[in-house]
Design a protein around this ligand. Structure first.
Ligand code: ADP
Ligand code: GLC
Length: 491
């Protein structure tokens, strides 16, 4: 297979900035593609947290205080670079303090669309300055939605990009970057008005993700099931028509797992390690987790873990109707790490107050604790309404923590129902988004936990699964091969 030059543009990349799975995927995919010999350059904003973290960054010559015009606004950006840890891939940070030097990665500020439009422009300008023609601009989510349109219009004059193609990956259609049509000018698209989605313009808006879907050469999303689900109104969330029109260019590629960061045998965040051959460390991790979270030290009681952004997507609305019942019925423990919408945060805080020693809730965003919950829990709960892929269920499998999940999106593609009679399967599903369905599934999981031999097999089945990026990265390479023109002959 030929070697590709890929410019991967992402709003989040581990270990620099992360709010969710996008960051893990950007790192994991970049590492695996670089390992396979492709030339990978990742571009992301230099948020305040990146600047303050003290990473060793090199200013890129020729890319300091570069002026650029976006709409009526004149901005300056500078670029610094480094190697992605554990990889030969290069990461470029776009420094533009006016846009990125803020407390959060994402903001509610009125120029949020500009922050990411600027990332698209800077990514292309960066390639120009380097004289580096990517075969593929690999864009991710709404933040990068304008890149193909800018490339085919503002930069159409530049022969450097004649052979470049754009792949747009949808990680989450729940965020589309919708702004008022009055922003056309600010986005520098006054002359391209006729290229924007006309129905949206008439309705007074511009949808940045939809714009990307219109102009990318190929579209991917992060599981096969989700690729089918987003063609329907319920989960297409208004983009189903556009996606159906582009159905032959839409591909589902399940995310991989970066086992360098997520393996119980080597995880730097764990005090005790374990592997299928020696599981003693898992019990020690459970003990440590119970203690750390202030839960009663009962190793026999099943401990259920949750690590999540607390948004409507994740399905926690099902819990109030059943959790108090479940906690009374079974001697369960619940360890929750997550932040997000206030209603969920206050629910988990209430639960902790009401069931002291049985429920522990940490409202923070804590990388080490997220690993410790994966390792120390007996089961992992993801009752998502929708889940494009989901990474935590795959981490759970590797950590010997069978996941309880709703049969949707990537959860359906990566978990297999445990069948006690055949002793096959890796976790537990429920189908309908209904509290009772979840309750029955938790009841079933707890009953299985009591069967030590069966549970051991279930855990072993999950730990044996391999979702490594090398396999999944190869599927992206095949897609790049499909969208790119044949390599020019070597003279
Ligand atoms: P999503 O991208 O929708 O949030 P994923 O399952 O793909 O869902 O990825 C979530 C990632 O974010 C996982 O790596 C998970 O461990 C991490 N994560 C979510 N919430 C927290 C938190 N509060 N603290 C630490 N890590 C978190
Ligand atoms: C999104 C999705 C999640 C997916 C992640 C990485 O935020 O919600 O399901 O795993 O992106 O692709």
């Amino acid at each position: 297979m030929r070697s590709f030059k890929v410019c991967l543009v992402s709003a989040e990349v581990v270990p620099y900035a992360k709010t969710g799975g996008l960051a893990d995927v950007a790192q994991g995919l970049a590492r695996s593609l670089a390992r396979a010999g492709h030339d990978i350059r990742v571009v992301m904003p230099m948020y305040r947290r990146v600047r303050e973290a003290g990473h060793a960054l090199e200013p890129v010559p020729g890319l300091q205080d570069v002026a650029f015009q976006i709409g009526g606004r004149r901005l300056y950006f500078s670029v610094s670079s480094t190697r992605l840890p554990g990889s030969t891939a290069t990461v470029y940070f776009v420094r533009c303090p006016e846009l990125y030097d803020r407390a959060g990665i994402y903001t509610q500020d009125p120029d949020e669309h500009l922050r990411f439009a600027a990332l698209c422009v800077a990514s292309v300008r960066l390639c120009q300055q380097l004289g580096w023609a990517p075969d593929v601009f690999h864009c991710n989510d709404w933040h990068t939605g304008l890149l193909p349109l800018y490339l085919w219009t503002h930069f159409a004059w530049d022969a450097l990009f004649q052979r470049s193609r754009v792949v747009m990956t949808i990680h989450n259609i729940g965020y589309q970057g919708v702004v008022g049509a009055d922003k056309v000018g600010e986005l520098g698209l006054e002359n391209e008005r006729n290229l924007l989605h006309q129905g949206d313009l008439k309705a007074g808006q511009i949808n940045l993700l939809k714009t990307g879907l219109l102009y990318a050469n190929a579209i991917t999303t992060v599981s096969k099931t989700y690729a089918a689900e987003i063609l329907e109104p319920e989960l297409g969330m208004g983009l189903e028509t556009t996606l159906r029109q582009r159905k032959s260019d839409l591909f589902g590629i399940v995310n991989g797992v970066d086992y360098e960061d997520w393996s119980p045998a080597t995880d730097v965040h764990l005090a005790h390690h374990y592997s299928p051959a020696n599981m003693r460390g898992k019990a020690l991790c459970k003990q440590a987790l119970l203690q750390r979270m202030g839960l009663a030290p009962d190793l026999e009681a099943p401990l259920v873990g949750i690590v999540s952004r607390l948004t409507i997507q994740k399905g926690f609305d099902l819990l109030p109707d059943i959790l108090p019942v479940l906690l009374r019925k079974h001697n369960l423990r619940l360890a929750v790490l997550g932040s997000g919408e206030e209603r969920y945060e206050s629910y988990f805080a209430w639960l902790q107050r009401t069931f002291p020693g049985r429920v522990a809730y940490d409202r923070g965003y804590k990388e080490p604790l997220s690993h410790q919950i994966e390792a120390g829990s007996d089961m992992f709960l993801m009752p998502s309404r929708f889940e494009p892929c989901g990474l935590n269920q795959m981490y759970s499998l590797k950590y010997g923590t069978p996941p309880i999940v709703r049969r949707t999106g990537g959860l359906a593609d990566t978990v297999e129902q445990w069948e006690p009679t055949t002793r096959q399967g890796t976790g537990f599903f429920f189908g309908e988004f209904q509290a009772e369905a979840l309750m029955n599934t938790v009841d079933f999981a707890v009953s299985q936990f009591r069967d030590a031999a069966g549970w051991k097999q279930l855990v072993a089945n999950g730990m044996a699964k391999d979702f490594s990026w090398d396999r999944q990265g190869e599927l992206y390479v095949q897609l790049y091969d499909r969208v790119c023109p044949p390599a020019p002959p070597i003279r």
